[in-house]
Ligand binder design. Structure first.
Ligand SMILES: [Ca+2]
Ligand SMILES: [Ca+2]
Ligand SMILES: [Ca+2]
Ligand SMILES: [Ca+2]
Length: 281
């Protein structure tokens, strides 16, 4: 009994706690799909495809990095009270924007665990809508369908000032290259789809643990349904609705080994780009 209970409550992978890097004030990333501000963050903060397990097709950990590869970083800032995620993904056939290949990520800011996404026993639609995403949230580009970035009735919460998503890609849809994205998110202890006035924002604290899982989906030929994999950090497919299965992330203190003074920004490039486009007009 005791063993069963401890297993059912264990966050996954068991015994693993990932660090979420703390951005000092003034060093938070611009959410523009240009990943240059993340370059100063060293590998102990990286999550790569080697950390993921494929759970649907049955590939397990036999990852082929020429088919898809991932580097992701989770960060946070105390003053802004936000979490930031970077996705740097190689894919031999990118279908994130028009197909169904999101990097999906689920958040349980207060680490409450429990169901947040599927309620088979709830038949009342109003009640279901209120529960869905309330105490854990599920995000990703087009995650809720084309143009939608969350898997709940609520969609306002990933737009400013609560959230922000941006991406770039080095190849057109269906091509081989990198899909690069940045995400800024608010934590919610209770997300009510009706709006922020009836929702409760989480207060992120240094050294606290949050529940978070990420999954990348590869489907290189969407018209033929060639589903290639569902690669999950926690190793549990049902992480998309069950908070107990999410991985643990600790909101790390400021890391003295990171040279934030050397952090590059894209501001100069963007300014020059604007000047050039002005010349061209
Ligand atoms: Ca950026
Ligand atoms: Ca692929
Ligand atoms: Ca929660
Ligand atoms: Ca693909």
């Amino acid at each position: 009994m005791v063993l069963t209970a401890s297993i059912s409550w264990a966050h996954l992978p068991v015994g693993k706690v990932w660090p979420a890097v703390q951005f000092p004030d003034g060093k938070t990333p611009a959410i523009d799909g240009n990943l240059v501000e993340w370059d100063v963050i060293p590998s102990p903060y990286w999550i790569t495809h080697e950390d993921l397990t494929e759970t649907v097709v049955g590939v397990g950990t036999a990852f082929d990095a020429t088919d898809m590869a991932l580097r992701a970083i989770v960060g946070w800032n105390n003053s802004a009270n936000k979490v930031y995620i970077m996705e740097d993904r190689f894919d031999n056939a990118i279908w994130v924007t028009t197909g169904w290949e999101p990097m999906e990520f689920e958040f349980d800011s207060d680490h409450s665990g429990g169901m947040f996404g599927v309620f088979p026993d709830v038949t009342d639609q109003e009640q279901k809508d209120r529960l869905h995403g309330a105490q854990g949230q599920d995000y990703g580009f087009n995650q809720g369908g084309p143009g939608l970035n969350a898997w709940h009735k609520s969609q306002w919460h990933y737009n400013l000032p609560w959230g922000q998503f941006a991406k770039t890609q080095t190849a057109p849809e269906g091509g081989e290259g990198f899909f690069q994205a940045e995400y800024m998110l608010t934590g919610w202890d209770d997300l009510d789809w009706h709006g922020p006035d009836t929702s409760v924002i989480h207060d992120f604290q240094e050294d606290s643990i949050i529940g978070l899982n990420l999954t990348i989906i590869d489907d290189d030929n969407p018209t033929e349904g060639s589903y290639e994999g569902y690669w999950v950090l926690s190793g549990a497919t049902n992480s998309y609705y069950e908070g107990d299965l999410l991985s643990d992330f600790v909101l790390a203190p400021i890391d003295a080994d990171i040279n934030w003074g050397a952090q590059a920004t894209a501001v100069e490039d963007q300014t020059w780009g604007r000047i050039k486009s002005t010349f061209a007009e």
